[in-house]
Ligand binder design. Structure first.
Ligand SMILES: Cc1cc2nc3c(=O)[nH]c(=O)nc-3n(C[C@H](O)[C@H](O)[C@H](O)COP(=O)(O)OP(=O)(O)OC[C@H]3O[C@@H](n4cnc5c(N)ncnc54)[C@H](O)[C@@H]3O)c2cc1C
Length: 388
């Protein structure tokens, strides 16, 4: 890795690498993969070591660090193992909505629990009939007496499973708003509220250790103080959250690409065919050169997006976040694909892991907005601000 990091960042990287070495045991992961089971014990240990919510303030059991540090952790975890890394890197999915827009009591109640590994956090924006077009969300929240009543269904909700403690839900609070996006708000909903029902989304291509559910809200009552931030500010909050979350997704993609690259590179250096090591064929050398170049470019973009986010103290740059996710996501899929190719027939076999990295990597191109959504965000910003 050639991107320069300072001493404290290198220490974080080393700490995560040591953790991966000690805890990501091949036989344990194989068992988890066999049963599509959430890596509960590894998650708890990661939390104990402070790898979940490192970007939360110390008052909420974090380390008061930034998105760059969080991204470095996500990258190393996914480099160690794409499936386990995905689960750990997304353990607090949506918690940043509370961190950036929540009230003190909301933050105090939930951020420490996410950071210490007591609960997973979830965020529910997507609906069965509306994917990328979340501005038209049909889930409703209506004020009734001393609370809100939420009705609707959200799909593809990561972490919607037995470990989930709370979910941040995007819902319509003003049906008459001139623009659909101006009539949305976000709510903190505890997973055990009456009327919350979770159904499995079905068998997945990858990320099989991660619970992903369809969540139905049937007359779910929450107190008035469960509104997150201002009423009808939900769309902007989610857009801002996604800008941060996309940097994390890019870091996860980067880790998967690096992990698949290293596995295939080690293989071609020892595998002999036609009386010579595969790495000595020029075609192989060109392949690894291209893979390494793409990874390095993705790393530069991802770290730059994270650094920019931290420098602007959380004020996001939609273009840079979308570029990082778009490029790193594509890189992960392409590098993992090439890694399978380099391993030949063995690349197709579970034991060599790269087929699972490939399947997990595809998630990055769909999650937090698909490729088209990232391109729309980049183009919108180019039109608005020009090339700079
Ligand atoms: C593994 C996984 C985890 C997820 N986790 C969560 C979660 O925790 N919470 C949550 O709320 N959502 C989550 N999602 C949902 C994810 O963000 C949506 O799947 C995604 O936004 C796409 O929505 P859709 O599947 O309905 O596709 P659609 O919006 O129907 O899009 C289908 C295709 O059309 C393209 N398209 C659509 N509109 C446009 C446009 N305007 N311009 C260009 N192309 C367009 C898309 O790029 C895509 O290729 C998850 C999805 C996956 C796969």
């Amino acid at each position: 890795m050639t991107v320069e990091l300072d001493k404290s960042h290198l220490q974080i990287q080393k700490a995560v690498r040591d953790f991966v070495k000690g805890e990501f045991k091949k036989e344990v992961i194989e068992e988890l993969v066999e049963g599509n089971a959430f890596p509960e014990a590894i998650w708890k240990k990661a939390a104990e070591l402070g790898f979940i919510g490192i970007h939360f303030p110390e008052a909420y059991a974090g380390a008061g660090l930034g998105v760059l540090e969080n991204a470095l952790i996500a990258e190393e975890l996914c480099r160690g193992d794409s499936s386990v890394g995905c689960c750990l890197g997304r353990a607090g999915y949506g918690a940043e909505l509370l961190l950036r827009f929540g009230t003190e009591p909301q933050k105090a109640a939930w951020l420490p629990k996410v950071a210490d590994g007591s609960v997973l956090c979830a965020a529910a924006f997507t609906e069965p009939g509306l994917g990328n077009d979340i501005a038209r969300s049909r889930t409703t929240a209506v004020k009734a007496g001393d609370g809100w009543v939420i009705n609707g269904t959200k799909s593809f909700v990561v972490n919607a499973g037995p470990q989930a403690g709370c979910c941040i839900v995007l819902a319509r609070t003003d049906a008459e708003a001139a623009e659909p996006s101006r009539g949305l708000s976000t709510f903190l909903v505890e997973s055990d509220r009456a009327g919350v029902r979770v159904a499995d989304v079905g068998k997945k291509l990858g990320c099989r250790l991660m619970p992903i559910g369809e969540v139905c809200f049937d007359q779910v009552r929450v107190p008035l103080d469960h509104l997150v931030g201002g009423e009808n500010r939900g769309y902007d909050q989610v857009a801002s959250f996604l800008n941060e979350s996309r940097i994390l997704a890019a870091a996860q993609a980067l880790g998967m690409a690096q992990g698949a690259f290293e596995r295939s590179f080690a293989y071609v250096k020892q595998r002999e065919q036609f009386g010579t090591k595969i790495i000595d064929f020029q075609v192989t050398r060109h392949k690894v050169a291209e893979m390494a170049t793409k990874i390095e470019a993705a790393r530069l973009l991802t770290y730059q997006a994270a650094r920019s986010f931290d420098a602007k103290k959380g004020k996001s740059d939609a273009r840079l976040s979308a570029m990082a996710k778009l490029y790193a996501g594509r890189t992960a899929v392409e590098v993992c694909d090439e890694a399978i190719q380099l391993l030949g027939g063995y690349g197709y076999i579970q034991d060599y892991e790269v087929e699972r990295f490939f399947r997990d990597a595809k998630m990055i191109e769909l999650f937090d907005g698909s490729r088209g959504t990232q391109k729309n965000a980049i183009a919108d910003d180019l039109v608005k601000r020009g090339m700079r």
